[in-house]
Write a protein that binds this ligand. Structure first.
Ligand SMILES: Cc1ncc(COP(=O)(O)O)c(C=O)c1O
Length: 358
């Protein structure tokens, strides 16, 4: 077992190869998170009414520095899903408008767009990423794309898509749920209008910590899910989105600690190499073709199974204590995640049992 594994709260009896779903929070970051909660409970009024705004500003400053954006262009939200919801509504779509997306998007975000489009009389159009702009029409208002996809675990050419969409006058919304801490982000130079991220996946922050980056010209239209005291004039993008009634902000306050942790233990090079190696070995074992070129693989890889199997993931857990998901239509993909606490032994444990289980 990797020595880094001891820094995590994960069950030592489980081979954990599914960091991609919900991340995992290391002990020192989790302790800071709980310390913030205890501090709040010692003096709730002082903490919430006098200290919280300043503490959140400091946490946003650290996050902004990490993702390459001014602190006041980044607001904390609970997760990427919330960020995508705010972004979709900010477009203020009209009947006949179209939103163009790849056919590789996360299912919950597809539902968000379908819902928002349906209510506005607009259309959500999905196309293959390589031929995305062929589906563009004069009614297209915006482009939505994942930085790293969920089911297929692929790094997409977001820089090119954003640049072309902007050049064509389209609004760009990026789902960066898996990119935060897998990819070195520089959101200002990426140029997307709105970028939603999750901190509880690869940044290893506590659950319920995400962010939405919004370029200044869009901030007026980015409405919070809940209208609360932050709407009192003079309101700002941050005040409107940050104050959402009384809530526990400890996960946000622990984000700077998560940033410090992943910087101190930057294992990305090793993890990417191991994920790519595991992908080759799994493809060989199953006799299936890789989904995409190796350059599109970071710390997660999805591999085609010889045949779809909705029971496989549960059986691997029940019979072998291996946590790994199947994905896609008919559960035809096996998705392996390599986080900083994984090592070659974890992959070997999986490879050893697969011939018998598949
Ligand atoms: C591509 C993608 N977008 C969005 C999400 C949603 O993330 P969250 O549940 O943190 O909102 C996920 C979660 O797996 C994802 O894979």
């Amino acid at each position: 077992m990797s020595p880094l594994r001891e820094l995590f709260l994960l069950d030592p009896d489980v081979v954990y190869l599914n960091h991609g779903s919900f991340g995992a929070c290391p002990r020192p970051v989790f302790e800071r998170y709980q310390a913030w909660q205890r501090e709040l409970e010692r003096e709730p009024v002082r903490f919430i009414t006098r200290r919280l705004t300043g503490l959140l500003a400091a946490a946003r400053a650290a996050l902004g520095e990490f993702v390459g954006a001014p602190a006041d262009d980044v607001t904390f939200v609970q997760n990427a899903t919330t960020g995508v919801n705010i972004a979709a509504r900010a477009l203020e779509l009209r009947p006949g408008d179209e939103v163009l997306a790849t056919d590789l998007e996360y299912d919950a975000c597809d539902l968000t767009w379908e819902h928002v489009c349906e209510r506005a009389g607009a259309h959500y159009v999905r196309a293959e990423v390589d031929r995305l702009f062929e589906s563009r029409s004069e009614r297209t208002r915006a482009v939505f794309i994942s930085h790293v996809t969920s089911e297929t675990a692929l790094l997409l050419p977001v820089e090119e898509v954003v640049a072309r969409a902007r050049a064509e006058g389209l609004t760009t919304i990026v789902d960066g749920a898996h990119a935060v801490a897998q990819v070195d982000l520089d959101l200002t130079s990426l140029g997307a209008d709105l970028y939603a991220g999750t901190c509880h996946k690869w940044l290893c922050a506590p659950k319920g910590s995400g962010f939405l980056y919004v370029r200044p010209e869009w901030q007026e239209r980015a409405q919070a899910p809940i209208v609360s005291s932050g709407y009192c004039e003079p309101a700002t993008f941050i005040s409107r989105t940050e104050r959402q009634g009384t809530r526990d902000s400890a996960a946000y306050l622990a984000v700077p600690d998560a940033i410090a942790f992943v910087r101190e233990h930057d294992e990305r090079g090793r993890c990417v190499a191991l994920a790519r190696e595991a992908r080759r070995e799994l493809c060989d074992l199953f006799g299936t073709e890789p989904l995409a070129p190796e350059e599109q693989i970071l710390q997660m890889a999805s591999v085609r199974l010889p045949h779809g199997d909705p029971t496989l993931s549960q059986r691997l857990f029940d019979e072998h204590r291996i946590e790994i998901p199947t994905m896609g239509p008919s559960d035809g993909l096996l998705r392996i995640s390599i986080a900083l606490y994984n090592d070659r032994n974890d992959v070997d444990r999986l490879l050893a049992v697969l011939p018998e289980v598949v």
